[in-house]
Design a protein around this ligand. Structure first.
Ligand code: G6Q
Length: 547
């Protein structure tokens, strides 16, 4: 068992924290006017300014020493080479291989995975071109107008987020729908909107056993068959993305219309595989390739750059600094780009499912904090909702502010206004407002002293609230690819430091098992043995049902 908190590097950070905890970033900026140059880095068209963090050069040295002691670089090489670093599932972790260009080769356990990946890509490319060019038609000969991706978790969040983010690149005569929730309202709303003669359903499920996805897929199929369509027409309207050919075929989908991938692609890392079929259909193969290329560039940067110049490593270390030393329990994601409105939801799964763990790889219990709560909404909306708590609440909430320099919609001065808010927020969070400033502002307004004394404390902003500013020139497919890979690698580094397996997700299992048992009891009307709350609720439900 590795005793992280008793390592020399951890203890050095703890002592350093005692020194730095009371310093204010305002003073750090006054003392060192070169902070921006010192604490910002550019790579893969991404600028990271991390100068508005509670760090000095010494903090950075100590954090980097921690990364070195945790052997992060060696683990990156192990992952890239296809070693089975996902030990609890005995699997390689090779989403980075999905981004390798055709010219490369990567032999893993005797097979060239790049060759396999590109063979599947070619299959998907050809299909995508047919749909987009209207050569692929529905059973009545009409071209496809609506694409419904049925999947959940990793088979939904990534494709949905990317399709939304790249809307300006979307083929305009195709409508995209994503159904994930087993709540029948989700599929029903989509079925009500689409014409079955011109709809293509993608059943996206790595295992093809996921209860929610199969229930939605079955309902979609029965809605299709209760329109005028017949069984033989399913082949033109249902395709699958899966690793499980047998189950796909049992469901009634022609395996020629199945796009495969491999067990070494984790669900939340799968948008780069055939799970990205809806993205390809939306933005076309060329733009999808640019997305892959952006990620590939970030993969190279992550593997090659020194820790102090390495964007994912820096982001990860700052997260550890706040989570483990300042006791910050959540991390906000604030994209100042409406197209990134699902980005925080996507990162929520990526980060929380990967590092929400309580034991180390060897099974020993952890005695320090691991993954934080990830949350956020696009700016400027968040400013009018929850920013109050980030500015003046009692918790420290480190935040990533993300924005493109160029807008996809240059309407009036909207983008300038957006960016003015973007810059202003991180400045305000860092600088804050002192009591003296608050008082003198009130005085300038001619307010009486007694009222100033009552009001001023409410107008104080402590400041010293850490933020990372992340900018890209434009939210292109390539830039988005780099941004996503940047976060994947950040999560990887944190997982390595905390010593957890970032690639399994046993935490979702227990609820699934219990739900299956309870569904049986609900259907039979016989409540099994539970705690009194669960039994009471089930009986309440069954009684109300029978009325
Ligand atoms: C992600 C998880 C999980 C998974 C879904 C869907 O890393 O494994 O979110 O993606 O449970 O699984 P299927 O693709 O197998 O339906």
């Amino acid at each position: 068992m590795r005793d992280l908190v008793n390592t020399h590097e951890w203890k050095a950070l703890q002592s350093h924290f005692e020194v730095i905890r009371d310093s204010h970033m305002r003073d750090l900026f006054t003392e060192d006017p070169d902070r921006f140059n010192k604490f910002s880095v550019s790579a893969c068209d991404v600028l990271l300014d991390y100068s508005k963090n509670r760090i000095t050069s010494e903090s950075l040295d100590l954090l980097v020493a921690l990364a070195e002691a945790c052997d992060v670089k060696a683990e990156v090489q192990r992952m890239y080479a296809g070693e089975r670093i996902n030990s609890t599932e005995d699997r390689s972790v090779l989403h980075t291989a999905l981004r390798l260009p055709k010219t490369e080769s990567l032999v893993v356990y005797g097979e060239d995975v790049v060759e396999q990946i590109h063979a599947v890509s070619d299959h998907a490319n050809a299909f995508v071109n047919k749909v987009r060019n209207k050569e692929w038609t529905g059973y009545t000969g009409k071209p496809i107008t609506d694409i419904v991706n049925i999947g959940i978790g990793g088979s939904d969040l990534g494709p949905l987020m990317v399709c939304e983010a790249l809307k300006p690149w979307q083929q305009k005569d195709l409508n995209f729908h994503f159904v994930s929730n087993v709540d029948g309202s989700h599929i029903a709303e989509v079925i009500n909107q689409v014409d079955m003669q011109t709809t293509l359903f993608i059943i996206a499920s790595k295992t093809f056993t996921t209860q929610e996805t199969l229930a939605n897929a079955r309902s979609a199929r029965s809605a299709f068959l209760t329109s005028d369509a017949a069984e033989k027409d399913i082949a033109k309207h249902f395709v699958a993305v899966s690793t499980n050919a047998e189950a796909v075929s049992a469901f009634g989908i022609d395996t020629n219309n199945m796009f495969r991938f491999w067990d070494w692609v984790g669900g939340r890392y799968s948008l780069w595989s055939s799970i990205g079929l809806s993205i390809r259909l939306s933005v076309g193969n060329e733009n999808y390739d640019a997305l892959l290329d952006g990620a590939y560039q970030m993969d190279r940067h992550f593997a090659e750059a020194d820790y102090k110049q390495n964007i994912p490593v820096l982001l990860a270390l700052l997260g550890v600094w706040y989570g483990n030393f300042f006791n910050a329990r959540s991390h906000a994601i604030e994209p100042y780009d409406q197209y990134l409105h699902r980005f925080a939801a996507y990162l929520q799964q990526l980060d929380m499912e990967s590092n929400g763990k309580r034991v180390q790889i060897d099974g020993s219990e952890i005695n320090y904090k691991t993954g934080p709560v990830i949350w956020g909404e696009p700016g400027t909306n968040g400013q009018h909702a929850f920013f109050q708590l980030i500015h003046q609440g009692t918790d420290m909430i480190p935040a990533d502010f993300i924005a493109p320099i160029k807008s996809q919609n240059a309407i009036g001065n909207h983008h300038e206004m957006l960016l003015a808010n973007f810059f202003a927020q991180t400045e305000a969070l860092m600088t804050g407002k002192t009591l003296q400033q608050a008082e003198s502002e009130l005085r300038d307004k001619g307010i009486e002293e007694a009222q100033i004394a009552a009001l001023a404390p409410h107008k104080v902003f402590e400041g010293n609230r850490p933020t990372n500013t992340i900018m890209v020139n434009e939210l292109t497919p390539k830039a988005l690819g780099s941004l996503i890979a940047m976060y994947e690698h950040k999560v990887f580094v944190q997982g390595k430091i905390w010593g957890v397996n970032s690639f399994d997700q046993w935490g979702v299992e227990l609820g699934k098992q219990l739900a299956t048992a309870i569904l049986g009891e609900m259907q039979s009307g016989k409540v099994g043995v539970h705690d009194s709350s669960t039994s009471g609720l089930l009986e309440h439900y069954l009684k109300s049902q029978s009325k």
